[in-house]
Design a protein around this ligand. Structure first.
Ligand code: SF4
Length: 363
Protein backbone atom coordinates (compact mmCIF):
# COMPACT_ATOMS: atom_id res chain seq x y z
CA UNK A 1 0.00 0.00 0.00
CA UNK A 2 2.98 2.34 -0.58
CA UNK A 3 1.01 5.00 -2.42
CA UNK A 4 -2.05 4.70 -0.22
CA UNK A 5 -3.06 6.49 2.98
CA UNK A 6 -6.23 5.31 4.71
CA UNK A 7 -7.94 7.94 6.87
CA UNK A 8 -10.75 7.75 9.38
CA UNK A 9 -12.43 10.54 11.36
CA UNK A 10 -14.03 10.57 14.79
CA UNK A 11 -13.37 10.83 18.51
CA UNK A 12 -13.16 7.16 19.46
CA UNK A 13 -9.52 6.08 18.89
CA UNK A 14 -10.24 2.48 19.87
CA UNK A 15 -12.89 1.99 17.17
CA UNK A 16 -10.96 4.07 14.63
CA UNK A 17 -7.77 2.05 15.11
CA UNK A 18 -9.52 -1.24 14.47
CA UNK A 19 -11.30 0.17 11.41
CA UNK A 20 -7.99 1.32 9.93
CA UNK A 21 -6.13 -1.91 10.65
CA UNK A 22 -8.95 -4.00 9.14
CA UNK A 23 -9.07 -1.77 6.05
CA UNK A 24 -5.29 -1.98 5.64
CA UNK A 25 -5.32 -5.79 6.20
CA UNK A 26 -2.36 -5.35 8.53
CA UNK A 27 -2.45 -8.95 9.75
CA UNK A 28 -1.59 -10.17 6.25
CA UNK A 29 1.56 -8.02 6.14
CA UNK A 30 3.05 -9.57 9.29
CA UNK A 31 4.94 -12.87 8.97
CA UNK A 32 3.81 -15.66 11.33
CA UNK A 33 5.68 -15.67 14.64
CA UNK A 34 7.25 -12.26 13.96
CA UNK A 35 8.33 -10.08 16.88
CA UNK A 36 6.11 -7.02 16.43
CA UNK A 37 7.35 -3.74 17.92
CA UNK A 38 4.95 -0.87 18.66
CA UNK A 39 6.74 2.48 18.67
CA UNK A 40 4.48 5.22 20.07
CA UNK A 41 5.51 8.83 20.60
CA UNK A 42 6.16 9.39 24.31
CA UNK A 43 8.54 12.29 23.88
CA UNK A 44 7.57 13.60 27.34
CA UNK A 45 5.60 12.26 30.31
CA UNK A 46 2.35 14.08 29.45
CA UNK A 47 -1.08 12.63 28.65
CA UNK A 48 -2.21 12.52 25.02
CA UNK A 49 -4.81 15.26 25.63
CA UNK A 50 -1.96 17.81 25.90
CA UNK A 51 -1.16 17.18 22.22
CA UNK A 52 2.24 15.60 22.95
CA UNK A 53 1.87 11.83 23.01
CA UNK A 54 0.18 8.87 21.32
CA UNK A 55 -3.25 7.98 22.72
CA UNK A 56 -3.08 4.80 24.78
CA UNK A 57 -6.39 3.60 23.26
CA UNK A 58 -4.64 3.34 19.88
CA UNK A 59 -1.95 1.12 21.36
CA UNK A 60 -4.51 -1.01 23.22
CA UNK A 61 -6.67 -1.44 20.11
CA UNK A 62 -3.63 -2.38 18.01
CA UNK A 63 -2.64 -5.06 20.55
CA UNK A 64 -6.22 -6.41 20.61
CA UNK A 65 -6.23 -6.52 16.80
CA UNK A 66 -2.84 -8.25 16.61
CA UNK A 67 -3.68 -10.82 19.29
CA UNK A 68 -7.05 -11.56 17.67
CA UNK A 69 -5.15 -12.35 14.45
CA UNK A 70 -2.67 -14.66 16.16
CA UNK A 71 0.25 -12.24 16.47
CA UNK A 72 1.14 -12.66 20.13
CA UNK A 73 4.83 -11.79 20.14
CA UNK A 74 4.53 -8.05 20.76
CA UNK A 75 6.50 -5.42 22.64
CA UNK A 76 6.22 -1.67 23.09
CA UNK A 77 9.48 0.24 22.74
CA UNK A 78 10.22 3.92 23.23
CA UNK A 79 12.80 6.35 24.56
CA UNK A 80 11.60 9.80 25.66
CA UNK A 81 13.61 12.89 24.83
CA UNK A 82 16.80 13.75 26.71
CA UNK A 83 15.72 15.17 30.07
CA UNK A 84 12.58 13.08 30.58
CA UNK A 85 12.17 9.55 31.83
CA UNK A 86 10.58 6.96 29.54
CA UNK A 87 9.45 4.99 32.58
CA UNK A 88 7.62 8.05 33.91
CA UNK A 89 6.04 8.54 30.46
CA UNK A 90 4.94 4.88 30.40
CA UNK A 91 3.22 5.42 33.75
CA UNK A 92 1.67 8.84 33.10
CA UNK A 93 0.41 7.92 29.63
CA UNK A 94 -1.31 4.67 30.72
CA UNK A 95 1.19 2.24 29.18
CA UNK A 96 1.89 0.37 32.43
CA UNK A 97 -1.79 -0.57 32.75
CA UNK A 98 -2.01 -1.68 29.11
CA UNK A 99 1.20 -3.68 29.44
CA UNK A 100 -0.25 -5.53 32.45
CA UNK A 101 -3.69 -6.05 30.89
CA UNK A 102 -2.46 -7.53 27.60
CA UNK A 103 0.80 -9.05 28.89
CA UNK A 104 2.85 -7.02 26.44
CA UNK A 105 6.26 -5.91 27.78
CA UNK A 106 7.45 -2.30 27.81
CA UNK A 107 10.99 -1.64 26.67
CA UNK A 108 12.85 1.59 27.48
CA UNK A 109 15.35 2.12 24.66
CA UNK A 110 17.35 4.53 26.85
CA UNK A 111 18.88 1.58 28.72
CA UNK A 112 19.56 -0.51 25.60
CA UNK A 113 22.89 -1.47 24.06
CA UNK A 114 23.48 0.04 20.61
CA UNK A 115 24.87 -0.79 17.21
CA UNK A 116 26.50 1.95 15.17
CA UNK A 117 24.84 2.29 11.77
CA UNK A 118 26.14 4.64 9.11
CA UNK A 119 24.59 6.50 6.24
CA UNK A 120 25.87 9.45 4.22
CA UNK A 121 28.90 9.92 6.48
CA UNK A 122 26.87 10.09 9.72
CA UNK A 123 27.38 7.36 12.31
CA UNK A 124 24.24 6.68 14.40
CA UNK A 125 23.92 4.72 17.64
CA UNK A 126 20.75 2.69 17.06
CA UNK A 127 19.22 0.70 19.93
CA UNK A 128 19.55 -3.03 19.44
CA UNK A 129 15.96 -3.83 20.40
CA UNK A 130 14.69 -1.69 17.51
CA UNK A 131 16.96 -3.67 15.17
CA UNK A 132 15.83 -7.03 16.59
CA UNK A 133 12.14 -6.40 15.92
CA UNK A 134 10.85 -8.22 12.80
CA UNK A 135 7.91 -5.88 12.13
CA UNK A 136 7.91 -2.32 13.43
CA UNK A 137 4.71 -0.29 13.73
CA UNK A 138 5.44 3.42 14.02
CA UNK A 139 2.71 5.39 15.88
CA UNK A 140 3.53 9.09 15.50
CA UNK A 141 1.39 12.06 16.52
CA UNK A 142 0.40 14.68 13.94
CA UNK A 143 1.83 17.88 15.48
CA UNK A 144 4.02 20.93 15.07
CA UNK A 145 7.68 21.28 16.08
CA UNK A 146 9.57 24.46 16.97
CA UNK A 147 12.63 23.53 14.87
CA UNK A 148 11.53 21.16 12.13
CA UNK A 149 8.06 22.83 11.74
CA UNK A 150 6.13 19.55 11.80
CA UNK A 151 6.87 16.17 13.29
CA UNK A 152 5.51 12.78 12.33
CA UNK A 153 6.68 9.34 11.24
CA UNK A 154 10.25 10.14 10.18
CA UNK A 155 11.12 12.04 13.33
CA UNK A 156 9.42 9.55 15.64
CA UNK A 157 12.24 7.11 14.91
CA UNK A 158 14.48 9.27 17.12
CA UNK A 159 13.08 7.26 20.03
CA UNK A 160 15.13 4.31 18.73
CA UNK A 161 18.56 5.92 19.20
CA UNK A 162 20.66 6.51 22.32
CA UNK A 163 20.38 9.75 24.29
CA UNK A 164 23.93 10.60 23.24
CA UNK A 165 22.85 10.23 19.61
CA UNK A 166 19.79 12.45 20.21
CA UNK A 167 22.13 15.23 21.38
CA UNK A 168 24.38 14.60 18.37
CA UNK A 169 21.33 14.90 16.03
CA UNK A 170 20.55 18.34 17.49
CA UNK A 171 24.17 19.41 16.99
CA UNK A 172 23.86 18.36 13.33
CA UNK A 173 20.68 20.43 12.86
CA UNK A 174 18.11 17.58 13.01
CA UNK A 175 16.86 17.54 9.40
CA UNK A 176 19.63 15.55 7.71
CA UNK A 177 20.17 13.02 10.52
CA UNK A 178 16.40 12.41 10.83
CA UNK A 179 16.21 11.61 7.12
CA UNK A 180 19.35 9.43 7.27
CA UNK A 181 18.09 7.51 10.32
CA UNK A 182 15.16 6.35 8.21
CA UNK A 183 17.62 4.74 5.78
CA UNK A 184 19.03 2.50 8.52
CA UNK A 185 15.81 1.64 10.34
CA UNK A 186 12.53 1.40 8.44
CA UNK A 187 9.17 0.65 10.06
CA UNK A 188 6.93 -1.63 8.02
CA UNK A 189 3.70 0.17 8.96
CA UNK A 190 2.70 3.62 10.21
CA UNK A 191 -0.41 4.31 12.24
CA UNK A 192 -0.82 8.06 12.75
CA UNK A 193 -2.56 9.71 15.69
CA UNK A 194 -4.21 12.94 14.54
CA UNK A 195 -6.76 13.09 17.34
CA UNK A 196 -5.46 16.25 19.03
CA UNK A 197 -1.78 16.90 18.22
CA UNK A 198 -0.13 20.16 19.12
CA UNK A 199 -0.19 23.23 16.89
CA UNK A 200 3.45 24.22 17.46
CA UNK A 201 5.37 22.11 19.92
CA UNK A 202 6.30 18.45 20.19
CA UNK A 203 5.93 18.69 23.98
CA UNK A 204 2.26 19.74 23.70
CA UNK A 205 0.35 22.61 25.30
CA UNK A 206 -1.71 23.80 22.31
CA UNK A 207 -3.70 20.74 21.24
CA UNK A 208 -5.96 21.05 18.21
CA UNK A 209 -8.81 18.56 18.09
CA UNK A 210 -8.41 17.23 14.52
CA UNK A 211 -10.33 13.97 15.09
CA UNK A 212 -8.50 11.87 12.54
CA UNK A 213 -6.27 8.84 12.28
CA UNK A 214 -4.42 7.55 9.25
CA UNK A 215 -2.17 4.68 8.20
CA UNK A 216 0.21 3.75 5.42
CA UNK A 217 3.59 2.21 4.71
CA UNK A 218 5.58 5.13 3.26
CA UNK A 219 6.87 7.43 6.04
CA UNK A 220 7.68 10.25 3.61
CA UNK A 221 4.15 10.17 2.21
CA UNK A 222 2.65 10.03 5.71
CA UNK A 223 4.72 13.05 6.78
CA UNK A 224 3.71 14.87 3.59
CA UNK A 225 0.08 14.19 4.54
CA UNK A 226 0.78 15.58 8.03
CA UNK A 227 2.44 18.68 6.55
CA UNK A 228 -0.50 19.20 4.22
CA UNK A 229 -2.96 18.88 7.14
CA UNK A 230 -1.06 21.70 8.82
CA UNK A 231 -1.10 23.93 5.73
CA UNK A 232 2.46 23.29 4.51
CA UNK A 233 3.80 21.97 1.23
CA UNK A 234 5.84 18.79 1.80
CA UNK A 235 9.01 20.50 0.58
CA UNK A 236 8.58 23.31 3.14
CA UNK A 237 9.78 20.65 5.57
CA UNK A 238 13.51 20.12 5.05
CA UNK A 239 13.73 16.57 6.40
CA UNK A 240 10.89 15.42 4.13
CA UNK A 241 12.78 16.85 1.16
CA UNK A 242 16.05 15.13 2.17
CA UNK A 243 14.31 11.82 2.93
CA UNK A 244 12.75 11.84 -0.54
CA UNK A 245 16.08 12.69 -2.21
CA UNK A 246 17.80 9.69 -0.59
CA UNK A 247 14.99 7.30 -1.54
CA UNK A 248 13.15 6.77 1.75
CA UNK A 249 9.79 7.40 0.07
CA UNK A 250 7.66 9.80 -1.96
CA UNK A 251 6.32 13.23 -1.01
CA UNK A 252 3.85 13.23 -3.92
CA UNK A 253 0.75 13.82 -1.83
CA UNK A 254 -1.09 15.25 -4.87
CA UNK A 255 -1.11 11.81 -6.54
CA UNK A 256 -1.42 9.71 -3.40
CA UNK A 257 -4.35 7.33 -3.11
CA UNK A 258 -6.08 8.82 -0.05
CA UNK A 259 -8.96 6.62 1.05
CA UNK A 260 -11.31 8.22 3.57
CA UNK A 261 -13.41 5.60 5.36
CA UNK A 262 -16.01 8.02 6.75
CA UNK A 263 -16.82 11.64 7.58
CA UNK A 264 -16.44 13.35 10.92
CA UNK A 265 -19.81 13.93 12.49
CA UNK A 266 -18.71 15.22 15.91
CA UNK A 267 -19.29 18.90 16.57
CA UNK A 268 -16.22 21.06 17.31
CA UNK A 269 -15.77 21.98 20.96
CA UNK A 270 -13.94 25.00 22.35
CA UNK A 271 -10.32 24.42 23.36
CA UNK A 272 -8.49 25.75 26.40
CA UNK A 273 -5.29 26.59 24.51
CA UNK A 274 -4.73 30.36 24.43
CA UNK A 275 -3.04 30.17 21.03
CA UNK A 276 -5.95 28.23 19.53
CA UNK A 277 -8.43 30.66 21.11
CA UNK A 278 -6.58 33.55 19.47
CA UNK A 279 -6.86 31.86 16.06
CA UNK A 280 -10.50 30.96 16.71
CA UNK A 281 -11.41 34.65 16.88
CA UNK A 282 -11.21 34.64 13.07
CA UNK A 283 -13.94 31.96 12.81
CA UNK A 284 -17.69 32.11 13.32
CA UNK A 285 -18.66 28.45 13.87
CA UNK A 286 -22.23 27.20 14.02
CA UNK A 287 -22.43 23.41 14.50
CA UNK A 288 -19.09 22.94 12.73
CA UNK A 289 -17.78 19.39 12.39
CA UNK A 290 -14.55 18.94 14.34
CA UNK A 291 -12.37 17.88 11.39
CA UNK A 292 -13.61 20.78 9.25
CA UNK A 293 -13.07 23.31 12.03
CA UNK A 294 -9.58 21.94 12.77
CA UNK A 295 -8.58 22.36 9.11
CA UNK A 296 -9.67 26.00 9.34
CA UNK A 297 -7.67 26.53 12.58
CA UNK A 298 -4.55 25.06 10.96
CA UNK A 299 -5.05 27.39 7.96
CA UNK A 300 -5.42 30.35 10.36
CA UNK A 301 -2.10 29.40 12.00
CA UNK A 302 -0.35 29.75 8.62
CA UNK A 303 -2.24 32.99 7.84
CA UNK A 304 -1.11 34.31 11.24
CA UNK A 305 2.53 33.51 10.28
CA UNK A 306 1.95 35.46 7.04
CA UNK A 307 0.33 38.45 8.76
CA UNK A 308 -3.20 37.96 7.36
CA UNK A 309 -5.05 36.73 10.44
CA UNK A 310 -6.41 40.13 11.51
CA UNK A 311 -8.21 40.46 8.17
CA UNK A 312 -10.37 37.55 9.32
CA UNK A 313 -10.71 38.66 12.92
CA UNK A 314 -12.37 41.77 11.41
CA UNK A 315 -14.36 39.67 8.94
CA UNK A 316 -14.76 36.19 10.49
CA UNK A 317 -15.10 33.07 8.38
CA UNK A 318 -18.39 31.20 8.77
CA UNK A 319 -18.22 27.42 9.13
CA UNK A 320 -20.67 24.71 10.11
CA UNK A 321 -23.96 23.00 9.44
CA UNK A 322 -25.83 25.85 11.10
CA UNK A 323 -25.21 27.94 7.97
CA UNK A 324 -26.97 25.55 5.57
CA UNK A 325 -29.36 27.52 3.38
CA UNK A 326 -28.16 30.88 4.74
CA UNK A 327 -26.66 33.81 2.88
CA UNK A 328 -23.67 35.83 4.05
CA UNK A 329 -20.23 37.11 3.03
CA UNK A 330 -17.57 34.47 3.62
CA UNK A 331 -17.60 30.78 4.53
CA UNK A 332 -15.76 27.50 4.10
CA UNK A 333 -17.31 24.08 3.49
CA UNK A 334 -20.34 23.04 1.48
CA UNK A 335 -22.64 24.15 4.34
CA UNK A 336 -21.83 27.78 3.49
CA UNK A 337 -22.57 27.45 -0.24
CA UNK A 338 -25.23 30.20 0.02
CA UNK A 339 -22.58 32.80 0.85
CA UNK A 340 -21.09 35.29 -1.55
CA UNK A 341 -17.62 33.79 -1.13
CA UNK A 342 -17.70 30.12 -0.23
CA UNK A 343 -15.21 27.28 -0.56
CA UNK A 344 -16.81 23.93 -1.44
CA UNK A 345 -15.75 20.64 0.16
CA UNK A 346 -16.90 18.44 3.00
CA UNK A 347 -14.61 18.96 4.74
CA UNK A 348 -12.38 21.20 2.63
CA UNK A 349 -8.69 20.39 3.22
CA UNK A 350 -6.27 22.78 4.91
CA UNK A 351 -4.27 23.68 1.73
CA UNK A 352 -7.54 24.48 -0.12
CA UNK A 353 -8.76 26.67 2.75
CA UNK A 354 -5.42 28.42 2.89
CA UNK A 355 -5.39 29.16 -0.84
CA UNK A 356 -9.00 30.38 -0.77
CA UNK A 357 -8.49 32.70 2.22
CA UNK A 358 -5.16 34.06 0.93
CA UNK A 359 -6.85 35.01 -2.34
CA UNK A 360 -9.81 36.54 -0.50
CA UNK A 361 -7.48 38.60 1.73
CA UNK A 362 -5.44 39.81 -1.22
CA UNK A 363 -8.52 40.93 -3.15
S1 SF4 B 1 -18.77 21.27 5.20
FE1 SF4 B 1 -20.36 21.24 6.81
S2 SF4 B 1 -20.98 19.08 6.95
FE2 SF4 B 1 -19.05 19.14 5.79
S3 SF4 B 1 -17.49 18.80 7.32
FE3 SF4 B 1 -17.73 21.02 7.16
S4 SF4 B 1 -19.21 21.61 8.71
FE4 SF4 B 1 -19.35 19.39 8.45
Amino acid sequence: MDNRIIVTYGDDPMRMTKELLEAAKLDQMIPKGALVGLKPNLVVAKPAETGATTHIEIVAATIEYLQAHGHNNILILEGSWVGDSTKRAFKVCGFEDVSRKYKVPLFDTKGDSVTVKSYGGINMEVCNKALEVDFLINMPVLKGHCQTIVTGALKNMKGCISDREKRHFHALGLDRPIAYLNKVIKPQFILGDGICGDLDFEEGGNPVRMNRMFCGTDPVLIDSYIASNMGYEPHDIEYIKIAEEIGVGSSDIEHADIVELNRDTTIARPTSSRKVQKLAKAARPKEACSACYANLIQAFARLDDEGWLNEFVRNPVCIGQGYEGQSGELGVGKCTCGMKHSLPGCPPRTPEILKFLREYAKN
